[in-house]
Ligand binder design. Sequence first.
Ligand SMILES: NC(=O)c1ccc[n+]([C@@H]2O[C@H](COP(=O)([O-])OP(=O)(O)OC[C@H]3O[C@@H](n4cnc5c(N)ncnc54)[C@H](O)[C@@H]3O)[C@@H](O)[C@H]2O)c1
Length: 262
Amino acid sequence: MSTPAQAWASRARPHEGRVAIVTGAAGGIGLEIALRLGRDGAALVVADADAARLETAAGALRDTGAEVRAMPGDLSLEDTATALAACALEAFGRIDILVNNAGGGVILPFLAHTPQTLKQTIDRNLWTTLWCCRAVIPPMKERGYGRIVNIGADSVRNGLWDHAAYNAAKGGVHGLTTGLAREFARDGITVNTVAPCAVNTPQLVDIAKQHPALVERFVSVIPMGRAGEMAEVASMVSYLAGTEASFVTGQVISANGGSTML
Ligand SMILES: NC(=O)c1ccc[n+]([C@@H]2O[C@H](COP(=O)([O-])OP(=O)(O)OC[C@H]3O[C@@H](n4cnc5c(N)ncnc54)[C@H](O)[C@@H]3O)[C@@H](O)[C@H]2O)c1
């Protein structure tokens, strides 16, 4: 039996001894998630298509004392996702947590999309998630343990303006969540999605400066009257990525200031 102090100390680093892959971790919400999981004790494998920004992010993560490997590449390609899992296994011998955060919207009225922007939207958000899940599930299954946390979008639930194509991609992520959760429920693997509304990323802050009306419109549907903070998404991810969330699977949990309810 641990003493209350020991129990508290272990709670303070709930992911100690765990290995977490975070995709799209070069900046924004992904970097915030990696910082949080690293602070919570996980060794990190971070990945992103933007090699230069990823290297800077990996440096920032190492500065916090986390053990970090970084792998650049386009995760909408199967080979990159396979290489990412191999990189984690080679470095740390196990994969406990996968956070599928790589993504991002090409937010346009549906008819303003081009074939390229439609394909980009699906590639970035759905194929990255699908390939990374396929790459990490076999080693997780072998060890009988895994936590997969996808980043979806609350806009799937409220049909936010100009989000139809993005919602098609993120809706795919939400659907993958329930199917994988059922399929691997008896393998010790949980699969959940965190669905944020508008989040105050550096990018959103810039957009708000240039086009305040656009961001005000997205915030107008949020009862709390503000965008979310990146840390408010990361804390939900950290919970779902931990052992404490052992009976939670197949859920899409919105971090959204109430913009959709239930
Ligand atoms: N910011 C918001 O308001 C908001 C709201 C709801 C959901 N989300 C989702 O949260 C996640 C993070 O968003 P963000 O705002 O921090 O975006 P961001 O653009 O700052 O970060 C996304 C990262 O993913 C990387 N990425 C994209 N495609 C990739 C690919 N094919 N392979 C590897 N890396 C790739 C990008 O290079 C980028 O660094 C995304 O999935 C996004 O769709 C964001």
